[in-house]
Design a protein around this ligand. Structure first.
Ligand code: IVH
Length: 716
């Protein structure tokens, strides 16, 4: 009994700690399955000793109390969680419980809505008179965080519900998530900038939504699926399925895979089908959810503690495996970053073979204490990237040695390794080769980047060829790619092993085809630190031509304050990028290399964004106090319509939108003769446009559009 009480206390504090890591810090230390195990153990112990159950036990609450930085919001209707079913038998038992509870005969049909269980974070959106007035996270289920400003910049969340007959109060609930592709791209960007790298899409969605600056949220590609509701002044449907249709009809995204099922067999079939397509979906799911379709039955079934009796989550088994670490290798990236990679004995994890896993950096290796020869547990985090969860200590070979992170680059020059510094001057996690472009590994990576798909996109010039050409001395720098054909009289590539007349002709044709390149690709291809695709595009759009951009960068490198200011005023361009550009263009070698390259290629001026709205391609500045829009909202709106929003007025500004008490920016606009409009004029200008633009987005809810509002769609 004593021992059990102690174990209960231990489990509670352990769970509280993991709740904090997961919910507040978006940095879980254990997998969902491990967390579930802890909870399960606690539940079992509490069931055996009901006298030890206390209201503050994690079994009595959902999630963790909200973190401190946002205002708290009390949910008018609590946000629930779901009981889990792990096996088919659990699902059968769930359906039987429902049947018994409702007093239905054994043969009676019960319909269920079946939907994927999205692995994001749940949100409650409150619409009053059809207008979005509040967004809140789940928090502990009773009280969440006020993330209104942030949800307003999420692309899939409408600011007003479409259509007629909208109840006065509508609380729409659903999941905010990030696509796997967006997650990978974001992590790449974050990593390059030395910022937090997220473990999986769920964490990156949570981290992106819970930003104190909505502009940061706006820059992260979040999406939303509606699947439930809270307070509703009137319900416009009688079934779960029809409610999904109603959501879609009123401008909310619903999951296209949702299905109406009529029997347990159909539920299990759905689970099976979704598991098969799981890996191909662009978002993470961790199971499927079944909900009794009839809302009057849901009402009767009610809840047990926090879990509805009318719904259950049918989870997928965890995607994990154990295998042996054969080696730990260091990879050198284009910018010199050293990344340790565990080379594994190949193992299948959830349908893919994993043989390489990034160990990220020295600190991660130390924390895990991974050694060559160790057996490790590997998980595909949120289905995407495999990661090492931990070492199976019992299986460690006696002679396994702690891993020593190299102090020199593995390249032939063996240049010293330095640790990055953060903006605050602290030692960062990333180790970097200090050799810059003297390091042959970096040069190869640099060339690979230059010809890669999103840069010059030269087919037939992959890693293997670049390495070979580099080692032979045929391609040393980007310009050499374009003079290769002319030098082939002496090189005689067709005589190389693995090449022939045809493949050489093809390669030269592929190179020739890329001699003309768009400005944004060109800028990205240069491989300047912190200048990724997005930044490349912003610079290209902002300056229009290579000539203009080049000139600005030279001035910047020479210390010209106006050039710096001009860049700083651009959206997407911050201090880090500006410093990096300045350093890059101050280096004579870089400038000469570019000089040689630009003699070989033709750089197309940036395209103006398609004229879809009167503000597309324009540069706007908002100033003063706006009445009907928050500043973030105005910015997000303008950007969605193709405008660039800048923080300061310059000759490049097309319009200044001035609210009350506008000051210096308004004066500057007058000085420079920039057009000024007020908020109402701005809204009038884009108002008509918004309807048009979004209607044309197409597809969404089309299948539901023909359905009358409160029609029960169970016949479909
Ligand atoms: S229904 C009673 N439907 O799973 C209704 N939840 O484990 C409660 N989730 O908090 C939610 N996809 O964050 C529901 N299609 C779906 C879902 C879903 C993901 C999440 C949601 C909820 C958690 C419960």
């Amino acid at each position: 009994m004593r021992a059990e009480a102690e174990r209960i206390a231990e489990l509670r504090s352990e769970i509280a700690r993991h709740n904090h890591l997961y919910y507040d810090l978006d940095r879980p230390a254990i997998s969902d399955a491990e967390y579930d195990e802890l909870m399960q153990e606690l539940r079992t112990l509490e069931r055996a000793h009901p006298e030890l159950v206390s209201p503050d036990s994690p079994t009595q609450r959902v999630g963790s109390p909200p973190a401190g930085k946002f205002a708290k919001i009390r949910h008018s209707v609590p946000m629930l969680s779901l009981a889990n079913a792990l096996t088919g038998d659990d699902v059968i038992a769930f359906v039987e419980r429902v049947r018994r509870f409702l007093g239905l005969e054994s043969g009676a049909r019960i319909d269920f809505t079946a939907e994927p269980k999205i692995d994001g974070l749940s949100l409650s959106l409150r619409y009053e008179q059809g207008t979005l007035v509040r967004g809140a996270t789940r928090g502990d289920g009773t009280e969440g965080e006020d993330v209104t400003a942030n949800v307003k910049v999420v692309a899939g969340i409408p600011h007003s519900l479409k259509g007629r007959d909208i109840p006065e109060v509508c609380e729409v609930r659903g999941e905010v998530y990030m696509t796997k592709a967006a997650f990978l791209a974001l992590n790449e960007q974050q990593g390059a900038a030395g910022k937090t790298v997220f473990a999986n899409p769920r964490n990156s969605a949570a981290g992106s939504l819970r930003q104190l600056d909505p502009a940061v949220t706006a820059s992260r590609p979040l999406k939303f699926f509606a699947y439930a509701w809270g307070e509703m002044s009137v319900l416009r449907a009688r079934t779960q399925w029809a409610m999904l249709g109603w959501f879609a009809q009123h401008g909310l995204e619903t999951n296209p895979l949702a299905r109406l099922c009529h029997s347990v067999e159909e539920l299990l079939e759905f689970h099976h089908e979704i598991e098969l397509v799981r890996a191909t979906l662009d978002y993470d799911i961790d199971g499927v959810v079944y909900k009794v379709d009839r809302l009057d039955w849901q009402e009767r079934l009610g809840f047990v503690s926090r879990d509805p009796r009318w719904a259950v989550a049918h989870k997928f088994p965890a995607q994990r495996a154990t295998t042996v670490v054969n080696a730990i290798e260091i990879q050198v990236g284009r910018t010199g970053a050293l990344t340790p990679v565990a080379k594994l004995a190949p193992v299948g994890v959830g349908g893919v073979v994993v043989s390489n896993v990034s160990l990220h950096n020295e600190d991660v290796i130390r924390k895990l204490d991974v050694r060559v020869g160790d057996t490790v547990t590997v998980q595909r985090a949120g289905d995407v990237i495999p990661q090492v969860l931990g070492v199976v200590r019992e299986r460690r070979p006696r002679d396994a040695q702690p891993y020593v992170f190299p102090q020199t680059c593995p390249c032939p020059l063996a240049t010293a390794v330095v640790r990055d510094r953060t903006a605050a001057g602290e030692v960062g996690a990333r180790a970097r080769c200090s050799g810059e472009l003297a390091c042959p590994y970096q040069r190869i990576e640099h060339l690979r980047h230059f010809v890669s798909r999103r840069a010059f996109d030269i087919e037939g010039l992959g890693e293997k060829q670049i390495t070979l050409f580099f080692e032979k001395g045929w391609i040393q720098e980007p310009a050499d790619v374009f003079t290769l054909a002319a030098r082939n009289d002496t090189i005689k590539l067709e005589e190389q092993e693995g090449f022939g007349e045809v493949s050489v002709r093809k390669l030269f044709a592929a190179i020739e085809a890329r001699r003309t390149v768009s400005l944004e690709r060109f800028v990205y291809a240069l491989g300047i630190h912190h200048v990724g695709e997005t930044t490349g595009r912003a610079l290209a759009r902002g300056y229009g031509s290579w000539r203009a951009l080049r000139e600005a960068c030279s001035r910047l490198a020479a210390g010209d304050a106006e050039a710096r200011q001009e860049l700083d005023a651009m959206d997407q361009i911050g201090e880090t990028v500006i410093d990096s550009l300045a350093a890059y263009f101050a280096d004579r070698h870089n400038v000469e290399r570019i000089e040689r390259l630009t003699q070989q290629v033709r750089i197309r001026d940036a395209e103006q964004p398609a004229r879809i709205s009167p503000i597309a391609g324009k540069t706007l500045v908002f100033t003063g106090h706006l009445e009907r829009l928050t500043r973030e909202e105005a910015k997000a709106l303008a950007e969605r319509l193709g405008a660039t929003v800048s923080g300061s007025v310059s000759r490049k500004t097309d319009w200044v939108v001035a609210g009350a008490e506008a000051g210096s920016k308004l004066r500057k606009a007058a000085e420079l003769g920039v057009q000024v409009m007020d908020e109402a004029q701005f809204l009038a200008l884009i108002g008509a446009q918004r309807g048009e633009g979004e209607g044309g987005e197409g597809g969404r809810g089309a299948r539901d559009a023909a359905e009358p509002d409160d029609e029960d769609r169970s016949g479909e």
